[in-house]
Design a protein around this ligand. Structure first.
Ligand code: IMP
Length: 200
């Protein structure tokens, strides 16, 4: 019988992506599928803290093995900003409301105006609670921030992020190309390794 594992998301795209990577060993369920429609608290100061907070919350509510993710864009010249604030970067600086990707990107470009060191990385942290044990997995993709947005695919900061070894931004790549090298993909690969070894 397949073991159940709840993924603390209702994002269909993330769900399909993770199912494709984890394969048949686990039955991955979304929040909707376990009847959870609450807003899960996400108030920690780090990606690790947020991922753990969400996983613990689901574990307490459902008693199921589960995992949660959190992602941030970390820009070297800005001491790791926007980081854990990536989704609400503009809002947390008194601009725009909620998850406004364009306002976030505008603010980032403004902060980097005239800056020659444009190194950045996307980092995804996955917190897994398996048999009562908490385990963290991480995925990183290094790159640089473009001087202006390019491309129409993807979401969030994709039009500004040029991954290492590429000239195109994530938004100029098609989804399969991006997903093959993305931070989320790398974190999911790490999660799979943990799950495979936990079978032994
Ligand atoms: P989440 O933890 O996956 O919800 O990501 C938090 C925020 O990071 C998103 O709202 C986006 O602003 C940004 N982000 C996460 N992943 C990506 C990505 O693959 N491309 C561009 N932006 C991303």
């Amino acid at each position: 019988m397949q073991k159940k594992l709840v993924f603390a998301t209702n994002n269909e795209h993330k769900l399909e992506e993770i199912k494709a990577i984890i394969g048949d060993g686990y039955d991955i369920l979304s929040l909707k599928e376990i009847g959870c429609d609450s807003d899960i608290p996400e108030t920690a100061a780090t990606l690790e803290g947020n991922a753990l907070q969400k996983a613990r919350w689901i574990h307490e509510q459902s008693g199921c093995d589960c995992f949660a993710d959190d992602t941030g864009l970390e820009v070297k010249a800005l001491d790791g900003e926007p980081g854990v604030l990536s989704a609400r970067y503009a809002q947390s600086n008194g601009r725009g409301d909620g998850h406004d990707a364009e306002a976030n990107s505008r603010l980032l470009l403004e902060r980097l105006d005239g800056c020659t060191d444009r190194a950045a990385r996307f980092r995804t942290v996955i917190a897994l609670i398996l048999n009562g044990r908490e385990i963290l997995a991480e995925g990183i993709v290094n790159g640089v921030i473009a001087t202006s947005p390019r491309g129409t695919d993807g979401f969030g900061y994709d039009p500004l992020f040029i991954p290492e070894g590429e000239e195109r931004t994530f938004a100029e790549m098609d989804a399969s190309e991006k997903n093959a090298i993305s931070h989320r993909r790398r974190a999911a690969d790490e999660l799979l390794k943990v799950l495979e070894t936990s079978f032994i």
